[in-house]
Design a protein around this ligand. Structure first.
Ligand SMILES: [Zn+2]
Length: 114
């Protein structure tokens, strides 16, 4: 007895049916892909950073997005990687002179695609 649904209609609560807040997919930081120059969520992009390896630095994919240092962002597609490579956008984004070996990134993408 008396089991009435009392979930709604209990006073003038400010409940907007269509919340004007930004939807989750358009919130959060946005980064620019060094390949196609398109802007996207950082979760949709891959972060590339330089990691010291002996006397040199190697380009690695920051899978967890928590490596220190300057990062270059790129869509995880071979098309964007090819664009970035042609423009030499990755070394420019990372402020390094000279070419960077992107083969590690390409391998990462190929592994993802499968
Ligand atoms: Zn892109």
């Amino acid at each position: 007895m008396g089991r009435r649904a009392r979930l709604s209609g209990t006073g003038p609560r400010a409940q907007l049916p269509n919340s004007p807040r930004t939807p989750p997919e358009s919130s959060g930081p946005v980064r620019t892909c060094v390949g196609c120059r398109g802007r996207d969520q950082r979760s949709a992009l891959l972060r590339l950073v330089l990691e010291p390896s002996g006397r040199e630095e190697v380009l690695v994919v920051d899978v967890r997005g928590c490596l220190p240092g300057r990062g270059a962002w790129i869509h995880p597609t071979s098309a964007c990687l090819a664009l970035a490579e042609r423009r030499r956008a990755v070394p420019r984004a990372l402020r390094v002179t000279g070419p960077l070996d992107l083969s590690g990134v390409r391998e990462h993408l190929e592994r993802r695609d499968r």
